[in-house]
Design a protein around this ligand. Sequence first.
Ligand SMILES: [Zn+2]
Length: 849
Amino acid sequence: MPWTLSLFLAITATAAAAPPSPESVLGFRPGADRQLADWTQIVDYFHRLDAASDRVQVEEVGRTTEDRPFLVAVITSEKNMARLEEIRRANLRLADPRGLSPEEAERLIAAGKVIVGVNHGIHSDEVAATQTAMETAYALASGDTPEIREILDSTVVVMIPSHNPDGTQRVTEWYRRTLGTPWEGHDPPFLYQKYTGHDNNRDWYMFTQRESRLTLKGLYDPWRPQIVHDLHQMGARAARLFAPPYVDPWEPNIDSALIAAVSALGTHVAARLTSEGHKGVAVDAIYDAWSPSRAYPHTHGGVRLLTESAEARMATPIEVPFENLEPGIGYDPRVRSWNFPNPWPGGAWSLRDIVDDQRAATRAILGHAARNREYWLRTFYEVNRRATLRSDPFAFVVPAQQKDPLATAKLLEVLRLGGVEVHRARTPFAIDGRTVAAGSWVVLMTQPYSAFAKSLLERQRYPDIRPFPGAPAQRPYDVTAHTLPLLLGVDVTAVPAPFTADLEPVTQVAVVPGAVTGRGPWLAIGHRTGDLVALGRLLRARVPVRWATAEFTDGGRRFPAGTLLVPASARARLLDMARELGIVAHAVAVAPPALVLRAPRVGLYQSWVAAIDEGWTRFVFEQQMGVDYQTLHDRDIQAGGLRDRFDTIVLPSQSPNATVTGHLPGTMPDEYAGGLGPKGVQELKAFAEAGGTLVALDAAARLAVRELGLGVRDALAEERAPSASGTGGRRAAAGDFYCPGALLGVLTTPDPLTAGMDESAAIWFEDSPAFETETGKVLARYAQTNPLLSGWLLGERKLFGKAALVEAPLGRGRVVLFGFRPQYRAQSWATYAPLLNAVYTSALVTRSR
Ligand SMILES: [Zn+2]
């Protein structure tokens, strides 16, 4: 070849080996005004970086909910990369120090690397982080400064460029669509994670979503990071950047050293950014560290370093006048203070500003990790070591005999996914003179992630924090309870004193198989979650299941009203499901009075003001319980004729104002503007009057009570009055009553709708209504004593004697009012039954079609 060409090739070969800058691939610099790279472009960039750099290794760890690639990028020095597996294994050894000698631990600490996870873009409308990810990765791949060298040598960065690639793609496409319109940069009219929207970062113990599990698979399980930087954005009128310390309270099981460590690290981030001239950095404000739903690392030996940047209008710059800045918990962005030393003067604010702050924050974190390598590894080791010595309680015991075997398996699965060791007793054993059956499970506290298990298995006592006596209580940032045994309806006992038992480790959690017993024309099943999953499948298969309308006895056994009767012709099918789902079916010889169930025609309302509870309802129906449904938008409801098409319409929890008014005209494209309106409300009323079942969940029940003339009133309406936003969110505690997310106890009434619930049941209450009724059936009621089971409740007397679940007649139909979240974040399995019962009983007929 001519020398000119070979020289050209040599030059291009060298050039190709240099890591490409984001700008060279995208054609614009990340953070540029009105420009966003979408997920396809970001994936392309990371693969090119991988190809060009020996410091970067990109892996697709799986596919997302909507089948996009989920990436993890590992970035470290070339030298570390060559022995990456050895570094990873050494870190896992420190994660579980049982059997590790102090000398061996010291050797591992001396040679180890700090593992730093960086999680970008979990909230997809907080658009900056995924753009920042490319700049951070490029800086690490191409940089040659002493600081970059030190970071690469002393740390392994495990980067998730987007935690929610579906949302990154869809929100970017939406944003591009809004450019040049009056709604440029407006939030989209859909949830940016298919089922959970903004709640996708409240999934860190239940792991319901694929992205949560992919993060376990790609980051937490293989790497056990000491630090995870979680990048978010907050309102435009706040500080420019928040970093820890978090405000109180902390989840009480988190090791003290981690509280100190994240406080030191966050303060370092703030100090360094302030030193470099970044303005408006706050610490010790707004965000607390109570709920494990948002902070997986804190119960796994590491710290979650949350940063929250002030938002722009997505990639569109905004102006924020200084006087428009608003105070938050622990600081005032207009006042200089120790935890906010350099106030931002107001003015223009853009995506570029956010990217600059985020990049600087990640660099500060990595710099701290590198320079304090031994400190981070020793803290990790000590925290994990102390966890293995936990002695109070000695263990939690999950008896083999449970009302709901499927929910029990779910509880154990959650623990296993959280890295908790679970044991099973080979033989019966004794605790306090009581015998515990063989097959029962034991969760010993002497293990590395006992803080995770303990926080989820015990009841929470949220502290009442007031700046001075008599002051209003400080509101929590999030909900206040996370007790899985109550949420799932599983019997679990804490055992304080040591005991002996013949235990084997459980590697794969399996449901305790059920059985079909006896012979007879009908097979009776109940309403626990396994039964209800089976019912969904039987109806899909057009098996004519019957619903007993009255209590009956057969062969000396008593069956309550609502018992489901499966024809014996479906025995083989039911037997398979009994094994899989833990159902126990009894054959019955008599044919009690019963109605025939057919698959209900379900409409599920979806507002264009995207409601998270709608997504969760969809998830529970579609992915867990097998309920077919049709999504209904405002116009579908306004079109009327609903009774001809539906047996049940479900209104997920959403503020009445958002539901009825929707987006104001001119603030969104026409097809998304306006809400249900008076016409839609009228059609819902007509639907129920014509014999339909309208199910109103939580905040939606307030709409039903207000608009439908049911003879039911919300006894807490006035308590809610000070909240202008009407979002049902966690407003400041101003009134006498306050309960922003807790587990409360109610007493149920035997009824088809409460079949499968215990006489005293735990419900999820979150700024919910409580009913006083003139007409209608009260199916669950608060007693005359404090109903708090776990979390926080102020002014409990307001609930005494009030109703939590009401079936209100309306014309020939009914409205089922839920004063709680029966399907809360797909966690409250214990109260799925009343929701599904309401749906299924809407389609009862006297004979098979
Ligand atoms: Zn966020």
